[in-house]
Ligand binder design. Structure first.
Ligand SMILES: [Fe+2]
Ligand SMILES: [Fe+2]
Length: 168
């Protein structure tokens, strides 16, 4: 069991255990729990700066890569994650119709690489993109929301976090 290291509105130890248990890959790999929790931390920081839906961002961080079948090319993992959100809703969390629509959109299209007009969806993708340093790749600034130009400290903190583990 990996002990819960971060504060969250939606994440409980049993929920983390459940997600870890169903995950097909190494939980400490590049798309595993450490990544989910770094995205969660960055997402929470973004939510302190701009008006976004924190619950959706937190759920995205935990679920967007949770249905990956490999760490390389898995173009349908976002779609599987979106379907998983629907299954888990009202079991592990409670999201209303508006929340679940945003969450499904953020999960389904997160690896396509476009920008999104909805601030919450974009914040989800930004938090994910800002963790690319774990793979030795700098975040692609063209894929980040324009608001981050005014929050360079947040960007730099996320880049620094991307090389750190919660579990070592
Ligand atoms: Fe992904
Ligand atoms: Fe990710």
């Amino acid at each position: 069991m990996l002990r819960l290291p971060v504060k969250s509105e939606v994440l409980t130890q049993p929920f983390l255990d459940y997600l870890a248990e169903q995950f097909q890959l190494n939980p400490l790999g590049v798309h595993g729990i450490d990544h989910w929790l770094r995205v969660l931390s960055t997402g929470r920081q973004i939510a302190r700066r701009i008006s976004v839906n924190l619950k959706v961002i937190e759920l995205f961080s935990l679920l967007h890569d949770s249905r990956r079948w490999n760490d390389l090319d898995d173009p349908l993992h976002g779609q599987r994650a979106a379907e998983f959100c629907e299954i888990l809703n009202n079991r592990w969390f409670e999201a209303d119709e508006a929340d679940i629509r945003l969450l499904r959109t953020a999960c389904r299209y997160h690896s396509v690489g476009n920008l999104h007009p909805n601030a919450t969806v974009q914040a989800c993708w930004d938090a994910d993109q800002l963790d690319s340093g774990r793979m030795g790749v700098a975040p692609d600034r063209d894929k980040l929301g324009a608001y981050l130009e005014y929050h360079e400290d947040l960007v730099l903190a996320a880049i620094e976090r991307s090389s750190q583990s919660f579990f070592s």
